[in-house]
Design a protein around this ligand. Structure first.
Ligand code: NAD
Ligand code: MG
Length: 383
């Protein structure tokens, strides 16, 4: 029985993780759930799963949640500090980081320092502070199990191969809703168009990142840290059907791929259940439904965000943290219709040029970099 804490239980990953837990009551027990502001759903989840503790990050919603759960013998806390303490609870074995963005960094650090296994969906944590997080995980003997489908694919390909060096990995990208478009067309695209992903139903931020290919850029950096790779060992190929979730090439030239229908429940379940493969009723893939699996080169000139992410990884230090903060500001402005699709790349590029570069950042440096980059990005927004 694994006892699970979910940071971000009301989001796309969080809700699907609860589906997995509901279907496998003999394998998992839910100890903690947390949410930012969706108090109604958080309460509904708590009444169903009866976790030990819930946290609502927005403090003004505390009363509402407490009132609904007070009689249920469920502890209720509010505020972002509480996120850092609930992951340390003795009754938690594994923390699923399903929050979105930089806000996931500090709770993840607390969970690792408390020796909790991590199922990592919150890729921004590894983008911002990959070196720090992987060092801490080593120091505290904590494994980080990937939830992101591409990284889960690579992890599954590596089973039984942990002593065989990787020659390279190939991350697949769907290409998003604007695959094949020219830059001039992208200038005109709307939020509603960008929010329609062809293969996956996800939270708003990652859906915009998928449309701009920033998601693939973040995943390249995420893969570097998860699998200890050199930059030149990571390739990206566009595969619009999203059936091959990613590939590993070994030193004898052999390539392993992991395949399946696009359904996040599978990688979530693999991360939570590892090393077991739990039985599931998810729909099965058939080659006959997909007579053509196709592959193309990503267009780095049109989708500049992917190139910017490669550049940030190459610069190292706090540059990926700058990229991430600028991107978070740009995406939320795009979601408020305050900037156009292509301006997001302008803002990120300009922040990467202007924000103070630090080669060997400490945790405090990441905090100040994130702050400075957000300020800079906000100045650019208002121009
Ligand atoms: P989402 O927006 O649907 O959900 C985010 C969750 O985090 C919600 O429960 C929200 O309440 C919580 N949250 C947001 N900001 C918070 C804050 N400041 N403090 C506390 N809680 C906060 O996002 P999602 O699509 O589920 O993505 C979550 C993470 O998983 C992201 O890092 C994303 O990149 C990654 N991921 C998602 C998918 C997917 O299919 N959705 C796939 C791969 C990776
Ligand atoms: Mg992914």
């Amino acid at each position: 029985m694994k006892r699970i804490a979910i940071l971000g239980s009301t989001g796309s990953i969080g809700v699907q993780a609860l589906d997995v837990i509901r279907a496998n009551p003999e394998s998992f027990e839910l100890e903690v759930i947390t949410a930012h502001s969706n108090a109604d759903l958080l309460v509904k989840q708590a009444l169903e799963f009866k976790p030990n503790t819930v946290v609502i990050a927005r403090e003004d919603l505390y009363e509402q949640v407490q009132e609904a759960l007070g009689r249920e013998d469920i502890k209720v806390y509010a505020g972002s500090k509480a996120l850092c303490s609930v992951v340390e609870m003795g009754t938690v074995d594994m923390v699923l980081t399903a929050m979105v963005g930089y806000a996931g960094l500090l709770p993840t650090i607390h969970a690792i320092k408390a020796g909790k296994q991590i199922a990592l969906a919150n890729k921004e944590t590894l983008v911002v502070a990959g070196q720090l997080i992987t060092n801490l995980a080593k120091e505290y003997g904590v494994n980080i199990y990937p939830v992101d489908s591409e990284h889960s694919a690579i992890f599954q390909c590596l089973a039984g191969e942990f002593h065989n060096p990787i020659e390279k990995i190939i991350l697949t990208a769907s290409g998003g809703p604007f695959r094949g478009r020219a830059a001039a067309e992208l200038a005109e695209v709307t939020k509603a168009q960008a929010l329609k992903h062809p293969n996956w139903d996800m939270g708003a931020k990652i859906t915009i990142d998928s449309a701009s290919l920033m998601n693939k850029g973040l995943e390249v950096i995420e893969a570097k840290w998860l699998f200890g790779l050199k930059n030149e060992q990571i390739d990206v190929v566009v595969h619009p059907q999203s059936i091959i979730h990613s590939l590993v090439q070994f030193e004898d030239g052999s390539i392993k791929a992991q395949m399946g229908l696009p359904d996040m429940k599978l990688p979530i379940q693999y991360a939570l259940g590892y090393p077991q493969r739990l039985r599931s009723d998810f729909p099965r893939f058939s080659f006959l439904d997909y007579p053509q699996l196709t592959f193309e080169q990503p267009d780095l000139e049109t989708f500049r965000n992917l190139q910017l992410a490669f550049d940030a990884m190459e610069r190292g230090g706090n540059m990926p943290c700058i990229l991430n903060a600028a991107n978070e500001v740009a995406v939320s402005a795009f979601l408020r219709d305050e900037v156009g699709f292509l301006q997001m790349s302008d803002i990120i590029e300009s922040c990467m040029a202007k924000v103070t570069y630090i080669a060997n950042p400490s945790y405090d440096d990441y905090v100040s970099t994130d702050e400075e980059a957000r300020k800079q990005a906000t100045v650019l927004l208002n121009k």
